[in-house]
Design a protein around this ligand. Structure first.
Ligand SMILES: N[C@@H](CC/C=C/[B-](O)(O)O)C(=O)O
Ligand SMILES: [Mn+2]
Ligand SMILES: [Mn+2]
Length: 313
């Protein structure tokens, strides 16, 4: 499958500038070359450009609503087109508010998708439960059908059609979940493997149970939304909301290897890389770690490999 690469240089879902430099940092780390080395054809769709709405005052406590809403409408369209063209859509963010658009867009073409959300955070606060008003903590609440009655209309989001059921969502890596989010997870029985379950069960068992929970028949398209802050901050320091006790480099790679093995990864978000946070080596560490984890989605094997045309000298 060809990979359609889409840059989403966006930061208005949270207050720290810098995630708009995420796509460039991941590109400069060599993502295209790496994919091509793995024998994957890459169609680089470039970076989206966004309109910053003038005096975008908060709606309730929701910050930058029109700018974020408008951006995600554009993201949704762009992702729909890439998926419609049969490409594996690789979205380079940008803050995690982008996932409202990427999942919405993916679902327009593949409504039977399931979502694997790898993150320290649940990102399912509603505008009324959010402690910060930052939309990168709310993307799922706008698109989950069962939350329709709990999410007030927000200026700029009139276009959003809830497109995901709670039974088609699974979390891996949670360790900083707000009360409203925990209530939603329990009330709707959302499958959630926090770092406690990762420690208790081990990553192999977590992946087995996670995939069985959302896709027991092993047939559905998978949307991976990967927030780099799911990994331990010692290996991805340049991110806006770091939380200690994260996934190890090996656990991160294992998750991606197991998702790649399904052969049904159709859309991947890489969110919350913020090159403006941390120093040069922390930036390099963050993007190199991200690439080393991400390349396992595309067939990079820790056991090694050789090109199909390899001739032993
Ligand atoms: N739960 C917090 C933190 C949100 C974190 C968002 B992130 O996962 O995309 O980094 C909030 O709602 O403000
Ligand atoms: Mn996060
Ligand atoms: Mn997130």
């Amino acid at each position: 499958k060809k990979v359609g690469l889409l840059g989403i240089p966006f930061s208005k879902g949270q207050p720290r500038g810098g995630t708009e430099q995420g796509p460039q940092a991941i590109r400069e780390a060599g993502i295209v070359e790496k994919l091509e080395q793995l024998g994957t054809q890459v169609c680089d769709h470039g970076d989206l450009t966004f309109d910053y709405i003038e005096n975008d005052t908060p709606d309730g406590n929701v910050k930058n609503p029109r700018t974020v809403g408008h951006a995600n409408k554009k993201i949704s369209k762009a992702v729909s087109d890439i998926i419609y063209n049969g490409q594996l859509c690789l979205n380079l963010g940008g803050d995690h508010s982008m996932a409202m658009g990427t999942i919405h867009g993916h679902a327009q073409v593949e409504p039977d998708l399931v979502v694997v959300w790898v993150d320290a955070h649940a990102d399912i606060n509603t505008p009324l439960t959010s402690p910060s008003g930052n939309i990168h903590g709310m993307p799922l609440s706008f698109i989950v059908k069962e939350l329709d009655g709990y999410v007030p209309t927000v200026k700029g989001f009139e276009w959003v059609k809830p497109c995901l059921s709670v039974k088609d969502l699974v979390y891996i890596g949670l360790r900083d979940v707000d009360p409203g989010e925990r209530w939603i997870i329990e009330k709707f029985g959302i499958k959630a493997f926090s770092m406690q379950e990762v420690d208790k069960l081990g990553i192999r068992e977590v992946m087995e149970q996670a995939l069985k929970a959302i896709d027991p028949s092993g047939t559905r398209p998978i949307h991976l939304s990967f927030d780099v802050d799911a990994l331990d901050p010692t290996i991805t320091p340049s991110t806006g909301t770091p939380v200690h006790g994260g996934l190890s480099f090996r656990e991160g790679q294992y998750i991606m290897e197991e998702l790649a093995n399904t052969g049904r990864l159709n859309c991947i978000d890489v969110a919350e890389v913020n090159p403006s946070l941390g120093n040069k080596e922390e930036n390099t560490l963050t993007t190199e770690t991200t690439l080393e984890v991400l390349n396992k989605c595309f067939g990079q094997k820790r056991g090694g490999g050789f090109p199909s045309n390899y001739v032993m000298p």
